[in-house]
Design a protein around this ligand. Structure first.
Ligand code: AMP
Ligand code: FES
Ligand code: ZN
Ligand code: ZN
Length: 316
């Protein structure tokens, strides 16, 4: 198959767009599209300072690479979670982020979660949940807290994460199966800052398929960690992703249209009712009043210590 824009061999065929592109035109297209999404969803302007949350994976490093090429002022932040999984998952991820930043002369902030918490994530899960559950919820809470804190202290205007279309669609699918209206009301490419202790959150890659992100990283020669977090195995998200991949195989473009139709429905006012509940991806629902945690200054749905500070208290 040939590239739509030149005669060279295509490296990717994007069936949902009926578009095949070569190793030169594909990364160019990805960069242009990202800029389009940034403008369309009013994510940030060239004057604003962006903090990119990098995990060492293909999505977040590619996002940083794209923003760098677009000329944005974008620093990176990596949270060392102390997860080993028998292959040094966290250590390897950190090294890849550091190498990426050094190669491009970019600033990377590294935060050691264990130093802040007094325990690694797996240790923390063992203490707070008596080892009963996977450490993923403790990990998610810690990551969100530290990312908000770094963004606030560094006076960044916006925090960007590498969530891709497959991630967003899996979340959307799960929330729709459960008719979780509160979560659905807040799932968006842009989450405005609703509290002094929060910054705006954006997902510039939310319309790219995972395979497009993998192809981009490959073509650009970005070294990233191939392994998933060892605790992700057997997760509901992975199960939903498998189901959705099956759907996509039979109906190319199904994931993208599911997501875009959802965003459109939301724009038209479907899901306008804010609901009160705690959330995986942030705190409280769209219209809910937030209190300030007396310990860290972060937001909380109830008065008193926030969920993160309560967890840290338990460790002490
Ligand atoms: P995940 O929750 O692992 O699917 O990651 C979603 C996004 O969160 C990634 O694309 C990154 O932007 C960010 N992220 C995940 N892990 C880390 C980490 N250890 N440090 C900083 N950002 C992270
Ligand atoms: Fe946090 Fe896997 S990345 S538990
Ligand atoms: Zn071409
Ligand atoms: Zn707190």
């Amino acid at each position: 198959m040939k590239c739509r824009k030149c005669d060279q061999k295509a490296v990717i065929n994007m069936r949902q767009h009926k578009l095949a592109l070569c190793a030169v035109h594909f990364p160019q297209w990805m960069v242009e599209q990202t800029q389009r999404f940034i403008e369309k969803y009013r994510m940030f302007t060239p004057k604003e300072r962006v903090l990119v949350a990098v995990s060492g994976g293909k999505d977040s490093l590619s996002l940083w690479d794209i923003l760098w090429q677009l000329g944005y002022t974008a620093d990176g932040v990596y949270i060392a979670l102390g997860i080993d999984g028998g292959f040094g998952y966290s250590r390897k991820s950190q090294e890849l982020c550091e190498k990426f930043a050094a190669q491009r002369g970019l600033k990377l902030i590294v935060v050691d979660a264990a130093q802040q918490l007094g325990a690694t994530i797996p240790e923390l899960a063992a203490i707070t949940q008596r080892g009963k559950n996977k450490p993923c919820s403790v990990c998610g809470l810690t990551k969100r807290h530290i990312l908000d804190q770094v963004a606030r202290e560094g006076q960044y205007d916006v925090l960007a994460t590498g969530h891709n279309l497959d991630d967003e669609v899996a979340v959307l699918f799960g929330n729709t199966l459960n008719w979780n209206v509160g979560y659905l009301s807040r799932q968006s490419p842009v989450l405005p800052a609703r509290h002094a202790g929060l910054v705006r959150k954006v997902k510039p890659l939310c319309r790219f398929y995972e395979r497009e992100m993998a192809a981009y990283a490959l073509v650009r020669g970005i070294e990233y960690i191939y392994e998933e977090c060892p605790h992700a195995e057997g997760s509901t998200t992975i199960y939903y992703k498998t189901l959705l991949n099956q759907l996509e195989t039979d109906r190319p473009g199904a994931k993208l249209s599911f997501y875009l139709a959802f965003l459109q429905a939301k724009e038209k006012g479907f899901l306008a009712q804010p609901q009160t509940e705690d959330d995986e991806e942030g705190i409280g629902a769209a219209g809910e009043h937030l209190h300030t945690c007396p310990s860290c200054g972060g937001p909380t749905t109830l008065e008193g210590l926030c969920a993160f500070c309560r967890m840290v208290e338990k460790v002490k």
